[in-house]
Design a protein around this ligand. Structure first.
Ligand code: NAD
Length: 340
């Protein structure tokens, strides 16, 4: 188990999950935290004065060495990332994240890190197993034979294997979780990289405030997914890092819903009903996907369990406040910086 005085590195610390992980380590009493992200500081979702914050491009090997120096535990969450609209149009950029994980693994070995966590994705799963709208539950072995999401998913699958071989060949302690759609406050909610829970919340808020009772939905609305609230994700990351689970494991909710049901839920939270316009030309990803949690239950006796309704109420409220703040005149991106 880690010591709270040990240096913990979170890459992608200016992003959604990385920022939340840094916040969580602070709350748990960790005193030596390093957060690294390519974004300039004023674009980080959460930033803390008592954390060593570095703005570095981790595609560059030397920057990975700066980031890893002295770190005992490394959580590699930096990647080019977004919803379907982003990953379908930026395949090369998504695959270039391979540089980040490769250089971070090399730097971890060189600087003697104790442990390395890699954030993989449900996008590694074979597309042929996700053709049904009935939310097929994906077991870990369903990643092979490989037919991952083009670009983003293939990079994740390759990087998972790289973690495995660094463990086998160089003795580096690596742990890999396949996240399934994470959502919550402090996440991307506009700009093109946002995912369905945030995008739908924003569209419902826009419709409500404008009095224009319409919503555009990407695809037929029959696509199914599960969504994991950020607190479950943070809890799962640490449980998996502290476990003896050597192979990639699902970290996701098994509460699948269709996109139409998600819209129903957000409309209920907002107290409004909207006319739905379906854009069948928009990116929509696989037809159905759910997390099979048999393995995580067996290994940890736990699985993500925060109900979607509970998480969406909190997420909607946070996006609502952000939206109003932006409308009030903070030009462009609205972010808050937390100081001690
Ligand atoms: P995010 O985009 O909010 O955070 C990723 C961060 O990585 C960003 O802040 C970005 O600036 C940073 N980054 C990108 N390229 C970099 C570089 N060259 N050097 C340094 N930093 C760089 O995304 P997130 O939702 O917080 O995702 C975190 C991790 O979890 C990613 O690896 C992502 O692929 C994975 N993941 C997320 C989800 C999800 O639903 N959010 C699902 C599956 C996997």
């Amino acid at each position: 188990m880690p010591n709270t005085n040990d240096l913990v590195l979170v890459t992608g610390g200016g992003g959604f999950i990385g920022g939340a992980l840094v916040a969580s380590f602070r709350k748990q009493g960790y005193r030596n935290i390093r957060a690294v992200d390519i974004k300039p500081f004023d674009h980080w979702y959460q930033r803390f004065d008592d954390v060593e914050n570095l703005s570095l491009d981790l595609n560059e090997k030397l920057n990975c060495e700066v980031a890893a120096r002295g770190a005992k535990d490394i959580y590699n969450l930096a990647a080019n990332m977004g919803g379907m609209g982003f990953i379908e149009k930026n395949k090369a950029l998504c695959m270039l994240s391979v540089l980040i994980n490769t250089h971070m693994l090399q730097a971890a070995v060189k600087h003697g890190a104790n442990r390395f966590f890699y954030a993989s994705s449900a996008c590694v799963y074979n597309g042929d197993r996700q053709k049904s709208f009935e939310a097929p539950s994906l077991k870990e072995e369903d990643a092979y034979p490989a037919l991952a999401e083009d670009g983003y998913g293939w990079e994740k699958l390759f990087s998972e294997r790289m973690c495995r071989h660094f463990r086998e060949d160089y003795g580096l302690y690596t742990r890999v979780a396949r996240f399934h759609n994470v959502y919550g406050p402090w996440g991307t909610w506009f700009g093109g990289r946002e995912k369905a829970p945030a995008a739908i919340s924003r569209k419902v808020i826009e419709a409500k405030l404008a009095g224009k009772h319409e919503i555009e939905i990407w695809g037929t609305g029959h696509q199914t997914r599960s969504f994991m609230y950020i607190d479950d994700c943070l809890n799962g990351i640490q449980k998996i890092m502290n476990s003896d689970i050597l192979e990639p494991i699902n970290l996701g909710s098994s509460e699948a819903v269709s996109i139409n049901q998600l819209v129903d839920m957000v409309e209920g939270i907002a107290g409004i009903r909207l006319e739905r316009k379906y854009d069948l030309t928009a990116p929509q990803g696989v037809n159905g996907r759910n997390s099979d949690n048999t393995l995580i239950q067996k290994c940890l006796g736990w699985e993500p369990n925060i109900p979607l309704q509970t998480g969406m109420e909190k997420t909607y409220a946070w996006i609502y406040d952000q939206y109003l703040a932006r409308e009030k005149g903070a030009a462009g991106v609205v972010r808050e910086f937390v100081t001690t």
